[in-house]
Design a protein around this ligand. Structure first.
Ligand code: DX5
Ligand code: ZN
Length: 220
């Protein structure tokens, strides 16, 4: 699978969000990652579906990847589906009916995925593999940008790769949290396909140079 870079707007300047998104896309970013937090599932509040529809009206055409750190999820799935999202992922702990929530994501026309916290196993995937297009492996505990990459994630990516191969499905593996220029090549070698980076990009001096370096290290 082609390696893709997904800057998280969590670390962008919200006062200039449209320009920030255009800047990282012009620099070569592939997907825009939304970290939606509700101050309930995680103790932080970020933004809702209007940001998605406004960025679409602003002219953003790139895929928008919505990571729901919220509970419950079904109403947000419907709202982000209508607002122009392409991918929607949620934490299995945040839905009372995981299979139904995954099917709802596809019903609203988006690709569906589950998000696995550092302490969460992939057990439910055994029964849900036909309902997922991607999985998101958290390499930090959800809620904050700028955290340290949790090193057990390398093994977890390998375990996910093995499980997906055994289940015989084409499922993209996305990794989120603490990704930077120093570790991205190793995360890629471990088997990841999509790389979420927030602070490593938006806290850098020059987005274009940083993204170009990410792509080089991803063999792009
Ligand atoms: C955690 C968020 C962060 C964010 C990336 O809930 O999901 O992982 O996307 O943040 P950085 O790249 O700054 O660790
Ligand atoms: Zn995220």
């Amino acid at each position: 699978m082609i390696k893709k870079l997904a800057p998280s707007i969590l670390s962008a300047d919200f006062a200039r969000l449209g320009e920030e998104v255009n800047e990282v896309l012009e620099a070569g970013a592939d997907i825009i990652h939304f970290d939606v937090m509700d101050n309930h599932y995680v103790p932080v509040l970020t933004f809702g579906p209007k940001i998605c529809s406004d960025l679409r009206s602003f002219g953003v055409k790139a895929p928008i990847d919505v990571h729901l750190m919220a509970k419950p999820v079904d109403n947000l799935i419907e709202a982000f589906g209508s607002a122009g999202a392409d991918y929607i992922t949620f934490h299995p702990e945040a839905s009372d009916h995981i299979d139904r929530s995954l099917r709802l994501i596809r019903q609203v026309g988006c690709k569906a995925g589950l998000v696995f916290n550092p302490g969460t196993s992939f057990d439910c995937l055994e029964y849900l593999i036909d309902q997922v297009d991607m999985i998101l492996i958290m390499s930090v505990n959800p809620g904050y940008g700028g955290q340290e990459f949790i090193s057990t994630t390398y093994k977890k990516i390998g375990d996910a790769k093995e499980l997906i191969t055994r289940l015989g499905k084409e499922v993209a593996i996305e990794v989120d949290g603490g990704i930077n220029l120093a570790n991205v090549a190793d995360i890629s070698s471990a088997g990841a396909d999509i790389f979420v980076a927030g602070s490593a990009i938006f806290d850098s001096e020059n987005y274009a140079e940083t993204i170009a370096e990410f792509k080089t290290r991803l063999g792009g």
